[in-house]
Ligand binder design. Sequence first.
Ligand SMILES: Cc1cc2nc3c(=O)[nH]c(=O)nc-3n(C[C@H](O)[C@H](O)[C@H](O)COP(=O)(O)O)c2cc1C
Length: 153
Amino acid sequence: MTQNLYRLIYLSRNTILGSNENVHQEIEQILAISRQRNAASGITGALMFNRECFAQVLEGVHDQIQETFERIQCDPRHGDVVVLDFEPVDTRRFSRWSMGYIGYDTLASKEFTQIQLATGFDVKQLSGERIYDLLHVHLYAAEKTGSDLEKIA
Ligand SMILES: Cc1cc2nc3c(=O)[nH]c(=O)nc-3n(C[C@H](O)[C@H](O)[C@H](O)COP(=O)(O)O)c2cc1C
């Protein structure tokens, strides 16, 4: 067990405007910087996007997550950031990904939208665990079927 290992799960609202191409470009930039900075800080995790919202899981040492999340929260490309979970965990579930990505044209992101609809977009009714499981199951499935995780779908 890694000491001081935490996971943070949050949701936020996308504020990136413009064409699909513009959105793709911004997300590509987010993923590139995330993969670089997270690898350097020992952070692993996953990001999901369904056009309206982002859901992200960060795993790592407490202070590194805090430092990274402070940066993320200040990013003008999203807003209304709501933390669903920030708690100690025994193991990492996203150890293969410095930032795995699930884009908006995927089953997972459609499921994410369904979950949001079912809760009337009330984040208080959303379980971090459910989002965590959704990201985990779909990232592994994508890996198994050889889907390109780098793809911005
Ligand atoms: C939805 C979203 C998720 C992000 N995830 C990460 C991340 O996991 N790690 C990271 O270093 N930056 C992430 N970023 C980018 C940061 O907000 C920030 O732009 C980047 O870390 C560079 O920060 P700096 O310009 O202060 O050096 C994310 C941004 C957004 C909008």
